[in-house]
Design a protein around this ligand. Structure first.
Ligand code: BDP
Length: 730
């Protein structure tokens, strides 16, 4: 017995040892943690050893002077970032020491006050980062006029280290060029995200306000790191219920979480809320009862959220209620709501994305037709928010003629970060190049050099308010944006809002370094992929100025043949104008004459076949299939060539990515590789379906060497994607 028991104990010990060894092996064999993209561009991975030693010398302690939640957030982020980047905890100091990083404002920091720094011209949100000698110690100071400037300065210093730039001898001043830098969430109250491809809404109204998911703070950190200072929480096709106390309590909770990060919340307000919630018989903006209702509602909201940003309004567009229902103008509606917010410092952001069933004009013309006559009539605290192009977030559009046309109106920019028309979350399409193209376009409003960027940042017309907004692409997927590369579009939106003249390439490079690593063997191929990616989408979806060829409702995949929808301008066939003879939308004087809405210099360029350029050819002109381009090819041949080139570009991206195998952490690598495979399939689908359809019109043979579509047209027409994600009506 005794022997047996002893043997049993020895056996147990041996088994235990084996288990322990096995566990140790497992722990060693596994990477410390799998990267899944949650950390975004704030990964704070250790910099390489030689550089690390240099950075450590300039980042020995953190001396944060100030007690506000924003200074605490800034100091906490700096400590967190440095711990990761430098591989050691950097302590908070109490006094100046060699290698200290000093944070504060003249009001919060006696040291900074004493230095008499040149903070003029930096505004509320700008910052100065400077290497100085203080009492014989080398110190890096991050100063702003207000705490939020310090926060932005901290993120800038971290970015310098993340992208491995020197942090000695610094003398850097920067301030945002645009006042309101916003993300518009198209999130319904049931958490469905319209045109969202990244899961459910981040806002869990069910568990708010009691449970404050730490993810809300991570979201705010990410936004603050790129300078976003406003968030619209709910969909523009809004539900009046968001204005009820039940939701306002929850909105307050989110606002409280975002506030230290320099972010204000805004709500999309439904224009007829006084009827929906207030039991008023009307929402007429000139009716005193309606005005009183909105004033009381505004006062109520500000009791919950004292720094509430204001309302975003989609009125009289795609069936939403608006002032025209009461025979009033957009200005009447916007000004009435703005009046209610004015005493609290709020703004009304009124969307110019309007087109009406009663108006048979070319969709291109409608926003201008409705808004241009109202020039000079909007209150100072109204901003008219215009989509970048005159149609609707297409892969390529010329700039909307409203930019430059209303010098006495605050005009803001609306980009779409979520890729409703550029392949959802699975297609790799970096939108920085598209936004750069839109912002650098010249409106000629005040002669040459009157770029869209200068309209948006206020430097052209010097209006009181400026705004750049993006329709957000975030959801509750672990990687936030539905794909690793779509994070770059969120990142870029912030960078373009901060400075509309920033270079898309520089932004891509910063993002790639922070998100994937600083090794040039990684950075260069990734930036290369990004820079060509949007043109690839244009090529395989809508080359040569084609637009709106997407399938109905969900916009997933091609539907150029669709011609049976109730409204003329819901039909792709209306937009491409293809027939037996030719293709394109004539927007010159012989057609809709939409070009007349531009300044004469722009109208001349777009209106003339010799100067319009291939990118916008079919956007402005209807030409015969045999029309010859500068490339020497006919339009028909060129279409086939471009569609095919788009697919080839995706194949090239796949090869580039495959070349990065082993250099990128496995989970993120595999996700991108899988998505690129989807993109190749779908690029091929787009190419083949469009070529099959357009060939049914042109009846011309394919140019030599180009493969025919894999199936006949009927096969593509039979594809039914009614369950595609992100639909308007789930
Ligand atoms: C379209 C979207 C639709 C939006 C609309 C808008 O398909 O879901 O409601 O834009 O901007 O592109 O209001």
């Amino acid at each position: 017995m005794a022997d047996g028991a002893e043997e049993g104990m020895i056996m147990q010990a041996a088994t235990g040892l084996r288990l322990l060894l096995g566990l140790a092996f497992l722990l060693l064999a596994r990477p410390a943690f799998a990267e899944d993209g949650y950390d975004l561009w704030l990964r704070y991975q250790p910099v390489e050893a030689p550089a690390q030693a240099r950075y450590r010398a300039s980042a020995a302690t953190i001396l944060a002077q100030g007690t506000s939640p924003t200074v605490a957030a800034a100091a906490g982020e700096l400590q967190r970032g440095l711990a990761g980047l430098l591989g050691r905890q950097v302590p908070f100091g109490r006094q100046v020491a060699d290698g200290a990083i000093l944070l504060g404002t003249p009001a919060s920091s006696p040291l900074i006050r004493g230095l008499n720094l040149p903070l003029q011209g930096l505004g509320r949100e700008g910052f100065l980062i400077r290497s100085v000698a203080l009492g014989g110690c080398r110190v890096t100071l991050i100063a702003g006029n207000e705490d939020v400037g310090v926060l932005y300065g901290v993120f800038r210093l971290l970015r310098l280290i993340q992208t491995q730039q020197p942090i000695v001898g610094l003398d850097l001043r920067d301030a945002p060029h645009v006042q309101l830098r916003m993300l518009d969430h198209w999130d319904n109250l049931d958490r469905h995200v319209v045109r969202g491809y990244a899961g459910l809404s981040l806002w869990d109204w069910q568990t708010l306000p009691r449970f404050r998911d730490p993810r809300y703070t991570d979201y705010a950190r990410a936004d603050a790191s790129i300078g976003i200072n406003g968030i619209v929480l709910n969909n523009v096709n809004s539900n009046a219920d968001v204005l009820t106390p039940h939701f306002l309590e929850r909105v307050k909770a989110l606002a409280d979480i975002f506030r230290p990060w320099g972010i204000r919340v805004y709500l999309s307000a439904r224009f007829n809320a006084p009827m929906a919630l207030g039991a008023l018989p009307t929402a007429d903006p000139l009716d005193p009862r309606v005005q009183t209702w909105w004033r009381a509602k505004a006062d109520e909201i500000y009791r919950y959220v004292p720094d509430f940003g204001g309302f975003l309004v989609k009125a009289n567009s795609e069936g939403t209620p608006g002032p025209q229902d009461f025979h009033r103008t957009h200005a009447d509606g916007a000004n009435m709501m703005a009046e209610a917010l004015a005493q609290h410092g709020g703004v009304v952001i009124w969307r110019a994305f309007v087109y009406s069933a009663a108006n048979n004009e070319d969709r291109f013309r409608q926003a201008y037709s409705e808004f241009h006559p109202l020039e000079g009539q909007f209150r100072d605290n109204v901003i008219v928010q215009v989509k970048n192009g005159p149609i609707d977030f297409q892969p390529r559009e010329p700039f909307s003629p409203l930019f430059g046309a209303m010098p006495r109106t605050n005009i803001g920019m609306e980009f779409q970060v979520t890729k409703e028309y550029l392949g959802f979350n699975t297609h790799l399409a970096y939108l920085g190049t598209m936004w750069e193209e839109a912002l650098r376009a010249d409106t000629y409003a005040r002669g040459q050099g009157s770029t869209v960027a200068r309209v948006v940042d206020g430097s052209l017309f010097h209006g009181p308010r400026s705004l750049l907004a993006g329709v957000a692409n975030t959801g509750n997927d672990r990687n936030w944006s539905g794909s690793q590369f779509d994070q770059a579009n969120w990142y870029a939106l912030g960078r373009f809002a901060w400075d509309p003249n920033v270079s898309a390439r520089a932004v891509a490079e910063d993002w790639a370094r922070m998100t994937w690593g600083n090794d040039p063997a990684i950075v260069q191929p990734i930036v290369g992929m990004m820079m060509g990616s949007r043109q690839a989408v244009v090529d395989y979806m809508t080359p040569l100025g084609l637009h709106h060829l997407m399938a109905t409702g969900h916009h997933y995949g091609p539907g150029p043949w669709i011609d049976n929808l109730e409204r003329r301008d819901w039909n792709p066939a209306y937009f491409h104008g293809g027939n037996r003879e030719g293709i394109g939308f004539d927007r010159t004087a012989s057609g809709s004459n939409a070009i007349e809405q531009y300044a004469p210099e722009v109208a001349r360029r777009f209106g003339n076949l010799a100067t319009v350029g291939d990118d916008y050819l079919l956007f402005f002109h209807h030409v015969p299939w045999t029309y010859r381009l500068d490339t020497g090819r006919t339009v028909w041949d060129e279409l086939v060539v471009r569609y095919s080139r788009g697919v080839d570009e995706v194949r090239a991206m796949r090869r580039t990515w495959a070349g990065l195998a082993g250099r990128i952490d496995p989970q993120r690598y595999a996700e991108v590789a899988g998505f690129l495979a989807i993109q190749e399939d779908e690029a091929q689908w787009w190419r083949d379906a469009c070529i099959a359809y357009f060939q049914s019109l042109s009846r011309l043979p394919l140019p030599a060497g180009y493969a025919p579509p894999a199936h006949d047209l009927a096969w593509y027409q039979a594809i039914d994607n009614r369950y595609a994600p992100g639909r308007d009506q789930p």
